[in-house]
Design a protein around this ligand. Structure first.
Ligand SMILES: Cc1ncc(COP(=O)(O)O)c(C=O)c1O
Length: 417
């Protein structure tokens, strides 16, 4: 065997650098010091002060919004956003069928119904399909900027206006992504973001809600922050002020150590986005035209956060080689981080969406989604390969090694048939 042979068939792997090849977020000395300082300052912050206020101010200024409220997770942020937007029993909310389940699941805890709509072959919400699913109970539509690529927000804004729907956003993959120079998370009534582990901006665990609407802000506080924070921030004359002590009874605050990490990480976000942009451009330049691999369409209006580089695998161009076998060959080449989306998948395939009533009283079983109703979400999920996008100079070699491995497997695909 010579080293142009596939490693899966006994050749030399394209990548021999020991793993892990991608870890996120990069932890700097400043992160360590900020967390250590926070340990000595406060490990519980019940009001809007200290590092929580610093982080919320910095996020609000970064996004250019009036209010930001941090939470313990992105799931909690989505829950607070929906509750604050007044989504309640019987309301329907249009959700793209292809996303992480938490875009939709908080709705079950408000008595509302996620109504899934198919996506197009780029994984973006299919507005024609969404229009077919509107009823008199539809209250909102949610934009999810999957893998960091912003939705077409001109189209989504027009759609929401035309059908008199509230526009909400799940920006969990898309910190700093823009559409026509406007940041993801600033187009609708409110947006929710995750700050979990591998997200472009990470607190380890955390999340936040962003809104310009002060009434929504008060309700976000009442949903998951209660007592001191609500007493200090909701004016005593406001009709909801009397609920301040209990709020809606949930406690969803961010941990101050997580807030300290997110605050220092935010200082690097723009540099890291620029670094990812450069590395992604380099990866795409190598992969353009490789048989069996379709690059994502990047509209001129979009700046993506490159949470991942999603590639569409086209088996027909490689003699019908299955994606499983292609990925197996890629892993044998040492590209351990090349992957297929796992938990970000067509939501109608989850038992929770097919039979919510088994876990959630009040949701009759059988009202779940029919399994063949979202053909494009199924197709996009079944054909997506994703790669990490590295962000700084040292990792360019790894990015190059990964694209070399893909070219190698695609070029030798016939050996695997
Ligand atoms: C699109 C999307 N929304 C929401 C979430 C939930 O965020 P968290 O894990 O912080 O609760 C995730 C997490 O991966 C996500 O990918």
């Amino acid at each position: 065997m010579n080293d142009s042979s596939l490693a899966l068939l006994g050749g030399t792997p394209a990548i021999t650098v020991p793993g892990p090849h991608f870890t996120w977020p990069p932890i700097t000395e400043a992160d360590r010091q900020a967390v250590a300082r926070q340990l000595e300052t406060a490990v519980s912050i019940p009001d809007r002060s200290g590092v929580v206020a610093d982080l919320e101010d910095a996020l609000a200024s970064y996004l250019g919004v009036r209010h930001v409220v941090t939470t313990c997770t992105g799931t909690a942020a989505l829950h607070s956003m929906y509750a604050a937007a007044g989504i309640g029993p019987g309301d329907e909310v249009i959700i793209p069928a292809l996303t992480f389940h938490a875009t939709a699941t908080p709705l079950f805890h408000l008595g509302a119904h996620p109504v899934l709509a198919d996506v197009d072959d780029r994984g973006q919400l299919d507005l024609e399909d969404a229009a077919r699913r509107l009823t008199s109970r539809t209250k909102a539509v949610v934009a999810v900027h999957l893998w960091g690529l912003p939705e077409d927000m001109d189209a989504l804004t027009s759609f929401a206006d035309e059908h008199e729907l509230m526009l909400l956003e799940d920006g969990s993959h898309a910190h700093g992504a823009t559409w026509n120079h406007q940041k993801a998370g600033t187009f609708g009534t409110a947006s929710a973001f995750s700050l979990n582990g591998p997200k472009p901006l990470s607190a380890g665990e955390g999340g936040f809600i962003a809104t310009d609407d002060t009434e929504v802000y008060y309700r976000v506080l009442l949903h998951g922050q209660y007592n001191k924070r609500c007493r200090r921030e909701i004016p005593a004359t406001h009709p909801l002020a009397r609920f301040a002590v209990t709020g809606m009874g949930l406690k969803l605050r961010i941990h101050p150590l997580a807030a300290a990490l997110a605050r220092t990480q935010l200082g690097h976000l723009e540099d890291r986005l620029a670094g990812r942009q450069a590395v992604a451009a380099r990866m795409c330049a190598v992969l353009a035209g490789v048989p069996g691999i379709r690059l994502p369409d990047l509209p001129a209006a979009a700046r993506t956060s490159w949470y991942a580089l999603p590639l569409q695998y086209k088996p027909a161009a490689l003699g019908g080689l299955s994606i499983e076998r292609f990925l197996e060959a890629l892993h044998a080449e040492g590209a351990a981080e090349a992957d297929r989306p796992g938990s970000t998948c067509p939501l109608h395939t989850h038992p929770l969406f097919q039979a919510p009533g088994a876990l959630l009283p009040g949701y009759a079983d059988g009202q779940g989604e029919a399994v063949d109703e979202f053909p494009t979400a199924d197709y996009v999920h079944a054909t997506t390969l994703k790669l990490p996008v590295w962000d700084h100079a040292d990792d360019v070699r790894l990015a190059d090694a990964y694209t070399t491995a893909i070219v190698k497997v695609a070029t030798h695909a016939k050996d695997l048939l």
